[in-house]
Design a protein around this ligand. Structure first.
Ligand code: ARG
Ligand code: ZN
Length: 509
């Protein structure tokens, strides 16, 4: 189910008693949706693109066979197939997304946006390291005309295989090689997604502007990507738009130059970022800049429409809370992980918000609600800095961000979320299935799992667990088993069993 505004509104924004009543209704809906029972079999075979060793046998190009101990379960061996179907990275929730055999280091995206503010011509420069020998290199790319592809400066042929853009190098790429890829492409992005998730990726309205929200698998509609959170990379953006139009993205603004009626906006992202967290918003925006008490640069961009409608004081009031939120959450989670923070507010209702790294994106519907601000800010630690290995662990994002809402509420005199008894009407949050990833059960029972842990071990140990989790996996990937191990180490085996039961048993303890 799509987290519709009314569903999101219920989370934490109402009194605990009212919430319990509504959550019971939700659980009936969830039961009717057949939210599967989690098996408790967690992400032990998770895809990590940076670990594992590769053994290559056979030195002759074309005759080599490779085995990679890091290959996730279910992933096909790379390269060898002349498959006309997409390959994936081995995540059952999205079998076509991501690709085997390499690790992206950086994406540099140069977008030349048309006057309609929706279509564009682009060059993607991708630096990657192979993890095994590859006789073809696959990227996810949905739609677009591809004009040219190169590998290490040499033009190479390409073809499509489902969601994959397949590049064929002259010679197989050896394992552990640094490879530079370029893709010249362009067109009008077609939104990805489903009835469940809504339109994802680059979403444009001709003449008005465009914005990007991609979670979970929408990034490939606007750039060629290894579209899976297990392969994080740094990003640079150069976005050229008609003069007088703003283009905002993640990270730090590094330039704004105008030539012959066209303005190029440059943005760079210092720390590795999952593809679904990359965002761009183009249109009429006003920038709001500031500094948090610890010196962290703050930069937000609000659609002029929203500025006009709400007035600057209302916007200042919302943005003015961010420094205190950063302080409160840093006290509990440890240092804020990134180089900057801020929000983007687009001029349309989105029905949800997204924790786009360093610059969370909101619609005109939800941006003013502090609880949602706290939620997306908490995701910067949990989801963005500590990323998933597999989507079945989505509770590690949403349960933790929901706990972030409750901690903010608590710090400002409100209640710290619904009582634990609210959990009994909700399905287990671990491995909810791809259609239920953003269900209330993942958010609220995920959050209640942490609340139950807090009650069990007390504040000191609980916040040690929260901050150690953020520190140990900062800018990296982790899974539920890693978390259970940490809970066991800090809180003991009873705490570990309690968390397991909250995550997987039909009825929480
Ligand atoms: N991660 C987002 C949040 O909880 C929700 C994104 C939902 N995705 C979607 N396609 N509707 O803040
Ligand atoms: Zn969330």
């Amino acid at each position: 189910m799509l987290p519709r505004p009314e569903v999101r509104w219920r989370r934490g924004a109402v009194s605990p008693t009212a919430a319990v009543g509504m959550l019971s209704v939700m659980s009936l809906v969830l039961a009717a949706c057949g939210s599967g029972l989690a098996t408790g079999d967690t992400a032990t075979d998770a895809a990590t693109s940076t670990t594992g060793t590769t053994t290559t046998t056979g030195a002759t190009p074309g005759s080599s066979t490779t085995t990679s101990t890091s290959a996730p379960e279910g992933s096909s061996t790379s390269g060898q197939s002349q498959n006309d179907e997409a390959l994936g990275i081995g995540d059952d929730y999205f079998p076509d997304t991501g690709n085997p055999g390499y690790d992206v280091i950086s994406y540099d995206l140069t977008l030349d946006v048309d006057d309609d503010l929706v279509s564009f011509e682009a060059v993607a420069k991708i630096a990657l390291t192979t993890t095994e020998s590859l006789d073809e290199l696959r990227l996810d790319l949905d739609g677009h005309e591809v004009a040219k592809t190169t590998i290490d400066g040499t033009e190479v042929p390409n073809h499509r295989a489902g969601l994959d853009l397949v590049l064929t190098p002259k010679q197989p790429l050896p394992a552990k090689a640094s490879v530079a890829v370029t893709v010249d492409y362009g067109g009008t992005p077609e939104p990805r997604g489903s009835e469940v998730l809504g339109g994802l990726g680059w979403l444009g309205t001709p003449g008005e502007g465009s914005y990007v929200v991609s979670e979970p698998d929408g990034a490939s509609n606007w750039f060629p990507a290894n579209d899976h959170p297990s392969d994080k990379a740094t990003f640079g953006f150069e976005i050229t738009v008609p003069e007088g139009v703003e283009a905002v993205a993640n990270g730090t603004r590094t330039g704004e130059t105008t030539k012959s009626g066209r303005t190029t906006w440059s943005w760079s992202v210092r720390d590795p970022m999952a593809t679904y967290l990359a965002t761009v918003a183009i249109g009429q925006y006003t920038f709001f800049e500031g500094t948090a008490p610890d010196g962290l640069p703050l930069l937000s961009a609000v659609a002029d429409e929203v500025v006009k409608q709400e007035g600057k004081p209302a916007i200042d009031a919302v943005l003015g809370q961010l420094p205190q939120m950063l302080t409160v959450l840093s006290q509990r989670f440890g240092p804020y992980p990134f180089e900057t923070y801020g929000i983007i507010v687009v001029g349309k209702p989105l029905g949800f918000a997204l924790e786009t790294q360093t610059r969370s994106i909101f619609g005109s519907d939800m941006w003013a609600e502090p609880i949602y601000q706290a939620h997306e800010l908490a995701h910067q630690w949990y989801g963005d800095s500590v990323s998933l290995e597999l989507w079945e662990d989505i509770w590690l994002n949403e349960g933790f961000a929901t706990m972030g809402e409750w901690l903010w509420a608590e710090a400002t005199g409100g209640s710290g979320g619904p009582p634990l008894s609210a959990g009994s009407s909700l399905a287990p949050p671990l491995d909810p299935g791809p259609d239920a990833m953003f269900d209330t059960s993942v958010y609220v029972r995920g959050g209640l799992t942490l609340k139950a842990l807090r009650q069990e071990v007390g504040d000191t140990k609980f916040f040690t667990i929260m901050s150690t989790w953020a520190a140990d996996h900062r800018l990296a990937n982790a899974n539920t088993d890693d978390f259970l191990q940490l809970v066991d180490e800090v809180g003991g085996s009873d705490a570990e069993s309690l968390v397991s039961a909250w995550l997987s048993e039909p009825e929480p303890p």
